[in-house]
Write a new protein. Structure first.
Length: 410
């Protein structure tokens, strides 16, 4: 297989800093893309409940298809990158992302829920490749001691994408625009536009030289020796913690609109989607503010504190106190903001040559987002939406445990 344009061996030291900065900027744009895609998912959940007349539990199959793809694709993506580098994984991910977005054209024409599930599955296969590449790549594009802060900064642009998406999705999926575009046509429009942007970025990545950061991996390998991957407890616990964190995040987002509509009198689905955007704005703010705070407080300590706060906030949500509980649910997003990148960075720290494979297992743990929302949907259908939020509370307890465990290592 010929080398891809721009795939490089370790770069000369005098050009290293500039090349790393360029690579980091380009990789950070990928975080925005999959954040935007995820931000649309929760709005789609409510849209399909109304447009296709499906239950909450059935609508949670969107999350199952989306996050199940991460479980299936992460390890093959890591093996591909071990042989051909980060850039190959990024290009494969962008190609699958664009293909899945374009599949919304026939899915919209057919109006069949299963077709949309397949399109989202293909998109998520692409995103699994991107996340398996971009998350560890961001941690090695600079000094190891600042890897958590660097990944939180990159993930902040992921938060920006999730913040913008519900505003656009709420308008195009629920409310007619000035041109009369709404509902299914709005869904098709936004995904076709996304495909065009993704293709443009793929061309840019293909034409850009990007370092493989092999020297950084070698240093880390020398520091850790050849300890088997699953003998490194900080990594194994990170996989478990990431499973439960993503389960909580996806469940909270998937049923946010349902909860808000049920607890704010007169609130429409369109307005609730805008309220979701406010919550994701808090998520975005949390990413930037916490990145700055990490200069003074250890990431593991912040992880434990934020998780405990979210357990308390979920208790307020379960209490069903109307607007007060909706406000608590919005606050949950702020304290979730730093959890994924912090767990990830703590988990891959010191893995050296095993970083790509270790990253793939942490990305596979995203399958928690495919499993738990379905249970939340069943609980919501049977006992009310409030009771479903005991599930993320339990998930945050696991995350708090990992924060406490990782503190001596941070």
């Amino acid at each position: 297989m010929p080398a891809l344009p721009g795939t490089a061996a370790p770069i000369p030291q005098d050009a290293g800093a500039r090349r790393y900065r360029l690579a980091f900027v380009l990789v950070t744009s990928l975080f925005f893309l999959w954040g935007f895609s995820y931000g649309l998912l929760d709005v789609l959940n409510k849209h399909f409940q109304e447009a296709l007349d499906i239950t909450r539990a059935r609508s949670a199959l969107l999350q199952a298809a989306y996050f199940g793809a991460y479980f299936l694709m992460a390890l093959p993506a890591a093996r591909l990158m071990e042989r051909h580098g980060y850039k190959t994984g990024i290009l494969l991910g962008l190609g699958l992302f664009a293909a899945g977005a374009l599949l919304f054209i026939p899915a919209t024409a057919a109006g069949v829920f299963e077709y949309f599930l397949f399109a989202l599955f293909v998109i998520a296969c692409g995103l699994a490749c991107l996340e398996t590449a971009a998350n560890p790549y961001a941690t090695v594009l600079g000094p190891a001691e600042s890897s958590e802060r660097r990944l939180n900064l990159a993930q902040s642009f992921n938060g920006l994408g999730t913040f913008i998406a519900p505003f656009i999705g709420g308008k195009l999926f629920f409310g007619a625009s000035a041109s009369g575009i709404s509902g299914s046509h709005g869904v098709q429009l936004i995904y076709v536009a996304t495909a065009i942007v993704v293709i443009a970025i793929a061309v840019l990545v293909w034409r850009t030289r990007m370092p493989e950061a092999t020297g950084e991996a070698a240093v880390a390998t020398a520091a850790t020796g050849h300890v088997p991957l699953f003998a490194q407890r900080h990594f194994v616990f990170a996989v478990v913690a990431q499973f439960f964190y993503v389960a909580a995040q996806v469940g909270v987002g998937a049923f946010f609109i349902n909860y808000a509509v049920d607890h704010v009198p007169g609130l429409s689905s369109e307005r609730a989607a805008y309220l979701l955007a406010v919550a994701l704005g808090c998520f975005l703010a949390g990413r930037f503010l916490t990145t700055a705070l990490m200069g003074a407080v250890s990431p593991a300590r912040l992880l434990a504190v934020y998780a405990v706060v979210n357990i308390v906030l979920c208790g307020v949500v379960v209490a069903g106190l109307g607007k007060v509980s909706v406000a608590a649910l919005i606050a949950v997003f702020f304290f979730m903001s730093m959890m994924f990148p912090t767990i990830f960075a703590l988990g891959v720290k010191g893995l050296g040559a095993q970083t790509k494979r270790g990253a793939s297992f942490i990305i596979m743990a995203i399958v928690g987002g495919a499993i738990v929302p379905w249970f939340m949907g069943r609980i919501a259908d049977a006992r009310g939406i409030e009771s479903a939020f005991w599930v993320p509370a339990l998930c945050f307890a696991v995350v708090a445990g990992y924060g406490l465990y990782a503190r001596p290592r941070a």
